[in-house]
Design a protein around this ligand. Structure first.
Ligand SMILES: Nc1ncnc2c1ncn2[C@@H]1O[C@H](COP(=O)(O)OP(=O)(O)O)[C@@H](O)[C@H]1O
Ligand SMILES: [Mg+2]
Length: 316
């Protein structure tokens, strides 16, 4: 693959830094794209919860210091867990005081004994720490919204012919880091692109977008995943720190399910992680249960926010 070296820290420096740190046994799953608002944090959160629910020991690292969406979703989850009086399976968050390779390695070593997976949510811009996370990834997931402006960080296309023209800046960085990994005899990175926020109503645009996307495996050595649709549930459950998989376990909501559950289960399955996430592990009720009136209030709030995304199994 031909590419000019993109600006920023040289891949050999990044890899040299990683290689001199202690070996990490856990599988490293990284969500990255230099484009913001494409769903990195949303998908990092869903993946980490699916893994925790399957019994894996998961570390969660939020490298987006400005947005902190991943950490906040985990804080919301803790608050939900407290107010409902149940233990919701959760990853262990790691907070980095300084965003350096040394601090990343130190905290993983300090907190991560016995961890099976490390889920890292990278901020939407290039930085030394973003490069380290990408270079460390066993699994690299790049969500893209299905528009050409969102795909720009990954690839450029000829507008007339719709043929692939060249790599975008983010894809260049990934290509260089993967090549450097290869050079050092490290295992290859499984890089995946996933369409997110797909609206089926935009059929014509989607067809055009898909025909562009289909060219990318040959040019980027990337896998294309099935994709996720635009759903209110992704936005609103995030506020409660919940995922579709939790809803059926919540006291007073055991007959509830969320409409996006099939696609998110499929997405996690397609990541082909070491321990396949099982959506069946249950939340563990704590001793004290929430009194009935506040449970009702909580359920009503959740239903109001998630709206049509939640359905009762009894009515389907
Ligand atoms: N599939 C989806 N359907 C609906 N809203 C989504 C979906 N994925 C992400 N969002 C929303 O899009 C916004 C950006 O997502 P986020 O995960 O924060 O992106 P990033 O981390 O890439 O900046 C958030 O408001 C999030 O709730
Ligand atoms: Mg984010």
């Amino acid at each position: 693959m031909d590419f000019e070296h993109s600006n920023g820290e040289h891949p050999s420096v990044v890899l040299a830094d990683i290689c001199r740190r202690p070996e990490i046994k856990a599988q490293i799953i990284v969500f990255a794209n230099e484009k913001g608002g494409v769903g990195k944090s949303t998908l990092a959160f869903h993946t980490s919860i699916a893994l925790a629910r399957s019994g894996s020991k998961v570390l969660a690292i939020d490298l987006d210091r400005r947005q902190q969406s991943f950490s906040r979703a985990l804080e919301n989850r803790e608050a939900t867990s407290r107010s409902l009086g149940i233990d919701l399976p959760s990853p262990q968050p790691i907070v980095l005081e300084h965003q350096t390779g040394a601090m990343l390695a130190q905290e993983i070593a300090r907190v991560g004994a016995g961890a099976t997976h490390i889920v890292i949510d990278v901020a939407g811009h290039d930085s030394p720490i973003a490069r380290r996370a990408i270079a460390m990834a066993d699994k690299l997931i790049t969500p893209v919204n299905p528009t050409f402006i969102d795909l720009d960080s990954v690839a450029h296309f000829n507008a007339a012919t719709m043929r692939f023209a060249r790599l975008g800046r983010f894809a260049e960085t990934v290509a260089e880091l993967r090549a450097e990994r290869c050079e050092r005899g490290l295992p290859g990175t499984d890089w995946m692109l996933v369409k997110n926020r797909v609206r089926w109503a935009e059929k014509l645009q989607l067809k055009r977008f898909d025909s562009a996307l289909d060219q990318l495996p040959a040019h980027l050595g990337v896998r294309l995943l099935s994709g996720l649709t635009e759903r209110v549930a992704y936005r609103e459950l995030f506020m409660f720190g919940l995922t579709h998989a939790d809803c059926g376990d919540l006291p007073g909501m055991t007959n509830m399910t969320v409409r996006n559950s099939d696609e998110i289960i499929k997405f996690v399955g397609e990541l082909d992680l070491k321990t396949p996430a099982s959506p069946t592990a249950n939340a563990v009720p704590r001793k004290q249960r929430m009194p009935a009136p506040s449970m009702k209030r909580y359920r009503q709030t959740l239903q109001r926010h998630v709206g049509s995304a939640i359905k009762s199994r009894e009515t389907v």
